[in-house]
Design a protein around this ligand. Structure first.
Ligand code: URP
Ligand code: ZN
Length: 462
């Protein structure tokens, strides 16, 4: 089966080529001009960008978080992703029962995703305690399942102590595994959370006050030094949110620390703690780390421009405002942490990045497609359009503007943090393995068509 995309601006992280893209049996066959193929499905991309399908390496589908469950399962969540131009996700698993093997959550997540995902997907492992068995299992997951990354937390109930983090990093260095890490200082946060609560200060703004930027910066700094002590172990800092945190990253980059990857998310680039001003509405943006200031936004944009930050992912973790989020009314500590965003990423980043002159179209592809794919062992199958790559494509029309509103989105969440934003351009259609799965915001794909991805080695591994 052939699909021929004609006359587009075909974008990679390094250049834009005008021409045709031919996909045969789901795989890119050729890029050129005047291409022909017998019986091909032909799509006209004149005046439009032809982008590699975007790769989101930070989602939480079907996440059990304490008493709450994220409302997108692997079907609704991946439909939302696809409609937003994302054709691959790598999902972060929830913690399993205390003391469980790493295999416990891998098996659970195959049950949750298989037969449901509409786009290709992989998993990051999760480490919630450390002993010899867990350290051995890290290598097993990589060998048998292609799970070449295992996440650790420095806060929440499944957090690891410094000596445990060091042991994990030493093992990761040996096995060539990437350690994504949630960096926040747990002790300070817990103290501040109970202090605000005792003072009767339960409104959403105190969620931000109880997790100051220095909590992130201190944890980023500590984790970077632990990775250095483990011989520059492959380390990937998730959802960086602050200028202070970025300064620690820049210091490590200046010291030429190897094996360091850094991610931020659209919410930390375009939203601020103003979102917490209203005691009701502010619940929508309770997430960790919290939203910061405009100065932090600007610093993070600069970090994307100068290459200090490698990836823009979403941390999609949706709860309903009308239901789960209401638990936090008057007491932010009871509110489930997280917000939707998997569908909004490409549109928001195109508007605030490319249309507003902060990023080139090639930068957009670098940050949303090529780099996430390289960081997590998916390149060049994903994140680039070249012969041999998967035929995962977004045809993006840069013309026109529209208003983003929740009712146009596909997540099971009942709101978007970006409600009412004026967006530039729009997604014309999305292809997965050469088949059109989204056309003009309408999902046309199939439940269960997504394939599980056994991932290879990250570029962070030497
Ligand atoms: O608030 C958030 N981001 N919830 C999801 C879990 C995490 O911390 O990444
Ligand atoms: Zn997350």
């Amino acid at each position: 089966m052939y699909t021929l995309i004609r006359n587009g601006q075909i974008v990679s992280e390094s250049d834009v080529v005008h021409g045709d893209l031919l996909i045969q049996d789901g795989v890119v066959k050729a890029i050129g001009t005047q291409l022909h193929a017998p019986g091909a499905v032909v799509l006209d991309a004149a005046g439009k960008y032809v982008l590699p399908g975007a790769v989101d390496v930070h989602t939480h589908m079907d996440l059990q978080a304490g008493p709450y469950r994220a409302v997108d399962d692997f079907y609704t969540g991946t439909v939302a992703a696809a409609c937003g131009g994302t054709t691959t996700i790598v999902d972060h698993m929830a913690f399993g029962p205390a003391g469980c093997s790493l295999w416990h959550q891998v098996e659970e997540y195959h049950r949750l995703a298989d037969g449901k995902a509409v786009i290709d997907y992989g998993f990051h492992g999760v480490i919630q305690h450390v002993d010899d068995t867990i350290l051995r299992e890290m290598g097993e997951l990589a060998q048998r399942e292609g799970i070449t990354s295992c996440k650790v937390y420095m806060t929440y109930d499944g957090k690891l102590r410094d000596e445990e983090l060091l042991r994990v990093l030493q093992q990761a260095k040996k096995d060539g595994i990437v350690i994504p890490v949630h960096c926040e200082n747990d002790g300070v946060i817990n103290y501040l959370r109970s202090w605000y609560r005792q003072q009767g200060l339960g409104q959403p703004i105190y969620h931000a006050r109880s997790r100051p930027a220095r909590c992130e910066a201190e944890a980023v700094n500590r984790m970077i030094h632990l990775a250095a002590m483990a011989g520059d172990a492959p380390l990937y800092i998730v959802h960086l949110s602050s200028q202070e945190g970025l300064r620690e990253v820049c210091a490590a980059r200046q010291r030429h620390q190897k094996g360091l990857g850094v991610e931020t998310c659209p919410q930390y680039l375009v939203l601020t703690e103003q979102a917490y001003a209203d005691p009701q509405e502010g619940l929508k943006a309770i997430m960790s780390p919290p939203l910061r200031t405009q100065q932090d936004n600007e610093a993070l944009w600069a970090g994307l421009q100068d290459g200090s930050i490698d990836v823009v992912a979403t941390d999609h973790c949706p709860f309903r405002f009308a239901v789960e989020k209401q638990a936090g009314l008057g007491d932010f500590t009871a509110c489930p942490n997280g917000a939707p965003g998997v569908e909004e990423r490409l549109a928001v980043m195109y508007t605030y990045g490319v249309a507003q002159g902060r990023l080139s179209i090639c930068d957009l592809v670098r940050l949303l497609c090529a780099n996430p794919s390289k960081m997590y062992g998916l390149y060049p199958k994903k994140g680039i359009l070249q012969p041999g790559s998967d035929g995962d494509v977004v045809i993006f029309d840069p013309n026109g503007t529209h208003t983003l509103t929740h009712s146009d989105l596909h997540s099971a969440a009942d709101y978007t943090c970006y409600e009412g934003m004026q967006l530039c351009g729009s997604i014309d259609c999305v292809l997965s393995h050469g088949r059109v799965i989204v056309e003009k915001q309408k999902f046309l794909g199939q439940k269960g068509a997504g394939q599980y991805l056994k991932r290879g080695q990250s570029i962070l591994v030497e």
